[in-house]
Design a protein around this ligand. Structure first.
Ligand code: B1M
Length: 211
């Protein structure tokens, strides 16, 4: 049983050691890494997000919560990324230009690695030309774009267009995701796929590679 209140209290107060302890304790009690992630860490961060929206907490509080979330995720990473299958494809991924949110993207990376994919993480605030350089350098089959702001969603379109203009569109499949992104938007900007969460991103990549 995951103590959601304890996770929320520790995470919202930015108590990294406490979040790590709670995460480890839950693992020791045989909770699955997926459950700890969803019911412990993500739900706590969602509650912080609601308070942020209402103006009850501000950016510094959200930042320390994000740092505490990363501390918990670091404990789960080896488990989520554990894979017995051989590398089944290469994915490059990044949060688009102007956007600094990386928690969700990092989860997608972990789950893809767990799904047996080789992942090159380009980080945050990634301009279109960096995606192009990375396609040439790493020769991936899939390019993943993440955005958390309605204002940076347009950058996804720019990146996909730039890939097309660089003559690389037939070489890669593009997938998009992030809280404000929808299936409809993905189609409008010419992405090859949309995933609403990290687990679906793995299924999506698998299905695109099987086509
Ligand atoms: Co920001 N922020 N933030 N923030 N922040 C949101 C996104 C917001 C919804 C908060 C709110 O108002 N309720 C709002 C966006 C509003 C909008 O545009 N619609 C917002 C805002 C406004 C801002 C600033 C503009 C605030 C300001 O400066 N006034 C600013 C922008 C900075 C910038 O990017 N240029 C800002 C800053 C920040 C912090 C730096 C303080 C911090 C980020 C720290 C970090 O990431 N290292 C932060 C945080 C933490 C949040 C909230 C609270 C949490 C986001 C998060 O990590 N969620 C967020 C509110 C919320 O979402 N509840 C908010 C947990 C994560 C697991 O979920 O990222 O959705 P998510 O990822 C999911 C799926 O979306 C999906 O899978 C993931 C796992 O299942 N997914 C993909 C994600 N990428 C994918 C890619 C894929 C497939 C699936 O394929 C490639």
């Amino acid at each position: 049983m995951i103590d959601k209140e304890k996770f929320y209290t520790a995470l919202s107060q930015g108590k990294m050691d406490e979040v790590k302890k709670l995460t480890q304790e839950a693992l020791d009690l045989n909770e699955s890494a997926e459950n700890i992630l969803k019911q412990g860490l993500i739900q706590a961060m969602d509650r912080v997000g609601v308070k942020f929206k209402k103006g009850e907490v501000y950016i510094p509080e959200v930042l320390i919560a994000a740092r505490a979330m990363h501390a918990g995720m670091a404990i789960l990473k080896p488990i989520l990324s554990q894979s017995t299958s051989v590398m089944s494809g290469k994915v490059i991924i990044g949060t688009v230009k102007g956007d600094l949110h990386d928690i969700g993207k990092n989860l997608v990376v972990m789950m893809l690695e767990g799904g047996g994919f080789e992942v090159v993480d380009l980080g945050i605030d990634v301009p279109a030309n960096r995606f192009i350089e990375a396609i040439k350098q790493y020769q991936p089959q899939i390019v993943g774009l993440s955005a958390l702001l309605t204002t940076t969603m347009a950058e996804m379109k720019n990146a996909i267009q730039a890939i097309e203009w660089a003559g690389l569109r037939n070489q890669v499949r593009t997938i998009v995701g992030g809280a404000p992104v929808t299936e409809k938007f993905a189609k409008e900007i010419g992405a090859d796929g949309y995933a609403s969460d990290a687990a679906s991103a793995v299924d999506l990549v698998k299905s695109l590679l099987a086509e």
